[in-house]
Every structure is written in structure tokens, then in C-alpha cells.
Design a protein around this ligand. Structure first.
Ligand SMILES: N[C@@H](CCC(=O)N[C@@H](CS)C(=O)NCC(=O)O)C(=O)O
Length: 216
């Protein structure tokens, strides 16, 4: 029995966990749902949503933040030092503040989404991106979020930056990061991490083309 990641067939809230498991060499299987098949699975999920990580003994772990941290610990990608761990969380939460700004637009009629996202990007979104850009430009010489080695926080920021330029968020241009050079360089640095690069060489179709090196 291996781990199972229950989610839809896109990066979304499951991608950091998949990367952690993959980089850590921990075998896992994806269990993909569609809009048509999820209603049957929903009552089996602890909180009625995915992602859910099914452990080899059948226990089910919900909430992406918990799954990310658990898989990061299994893979040696969660800092042991308490302050470094807090630095990792700090950056992940700042990135989430930015991404959360855009989620309500998914519930608007399709023709209104692009305009709504452009307005967010010109206002609060820009403020958060500037903060993120400054934060990343002030990292130490190794350029990782939490000290001198890769952690799940680098993967979290990388996956969010890649998703936002992937075309899934209509209204947000694929060239967005040209205005934020430190974020662009950071995204490319993490995309070139051997374990990350290897993952997208294997899973680089569709949306995930934007997760490859030099896509931005
Ligand atoms: N806070 C939860 C949110 C999970 C969530 O919103 N999952 C969505 C997919 S991204 C879902 O399961 N939607 C189907 C539903 O709610 O029925 C997490 O981070 O895991």
C-alpha cells in the first residue's frame, strides 16, 4: 500500500504535497476526480472536500496546509529549526493572501472574471506582489525562503506563481512576472531544482507547461 493523493487532475491545492512526495522519493498514487465523479466520493472525505491524503493504513488526512506540512516532514522539506519553520509558514501565508484575492472571481459569470481579476491585480494584488517581490529579493545568498536549503515553502511560492501565469486565471497575463524580477528569478530557480524539474519533465502537459523552467 502506498500514499494516495485524492484530488482533481490539476495542480491546485494538491501540487505541493505531490512535489514533496516525489522529491522525497515516497511512492504515491494520484486518485483523480471530475465534477461528475466527485459527488459520490464527497461523503467519504473527512471534511467533504479534497485534497485528501490517504495514508498506507487507510487513514484520511484533509486540509491542504496540513497535508503539505505532513508530506514536507516525511520528505525532509520542513525546517526543523522553529524559527526557520515559522519563516517558511510566513512566506506561504503571504503567498496565500495574494492567491485568495482571486478565488471569488471563479464564482462570477465567465465573461466577468477577467475584468474582476484585472481590477484586483491593479489594486490589492499589486500591493501583495510588491511585498512578495521585496521579501524574495531580501532572501539570503542561497535564495531559499527558510534558510540554506529547499523547503516546502519554496515549493508553495513556486506553484502559486506558476499557476497564476498559467492561463487558468483568465485576465492575468502570462508576462505578469516581468514586472516583478525577483519573483520571476525565484520561480525559475525553483523550477530548476533537480527534483522539481524532474517532476515536470514527467508531468508537463497542459497547465503544468507553465511550471517548467523559463516558462516566465
Ligand atoms: N481549506 C481547504 C479547501 C479545500 C477546497 O476548497 N477544496 C475544493 C477543491 S480546490 C473542493 O473540494 N471542492 C468541492 C466541494 O467543496 O464539494 C483546503 O485547503 O484543503
Amino acid at each position: 500500500m502506498s500514499y494516495k493523493v485524492h484530488y482533481f487532475d490539476f495542480p491546485g491545492r494538491a501540487e505541493v504535497a505531490r512535489l514533496c512526495l516525489s522529491i522525497g522519493g515516497i511512492p504515491y498514487d494520484d486518485v483523480f476526480y471530475t465534477q461528475a465523479t466527485f459527488p459520490e466520493a464527497k461523503p467519504k472525505m473527512p471534511f467533504g472536500q479534497v485534497p485528501v491524503l490517504e495514508l498506507p493504513d487507510g487513514k484520511m488526512l484533509a486540509q491542504s496546509g496540513a497535508i503539505e506540512r505532513y508530506t514536507a516532514k516525511l520528505a525532509g522539506l520542513y525546517p526543523e529549526d522553529p524559527l526557520k519553520a515559522a519563516r517558511a509558514d510566513e512566506a506561504v501565508f503571504l503567498m496565500a493572501d495574494f492567491m485568495d484575492l482571486f478565488n471569488p472571481a471563479f464564482y462570477l459569470p465567465a465573461e466577468e472574471r477577467a475584468k474582476a481579476r484585472q481590477e484586483i491585480l491593479a489594486g490589492k494584488g499589486k500591493d501583495k506582489l510588491q511585498l512578495l517581490n521585496k521579501h524574495v529579493s531580501n532572501l539570503g545568498e542561497d535564495g531559499y525562503v527558510a534558510g540554506d536549503k529547499l523547503s516546502f515553502a519554496d515549493l508553495g511560492i513556486f506553484t502559486s506563481l506558476s499557476a497564476i501565469i498559467s492561463g487558468v486565471y483568465d485576465g492575468i497575463p502570462p508576462t505578469l512576472l516581468d514586472d516583478y524580477p525577483a519573483l520571476k528569478a525565484f520561480r525559475n530557480k525553483i523550477a530548476n531544482e533537480p527534483g522539481v524539474k524532474a517532476y515536470y519533465e514527467k508531468h508537463g502537459e497542459g497547465i503544468r507547461a507553465a511550471f517548467k523552467p523559463d516558462s516566465a
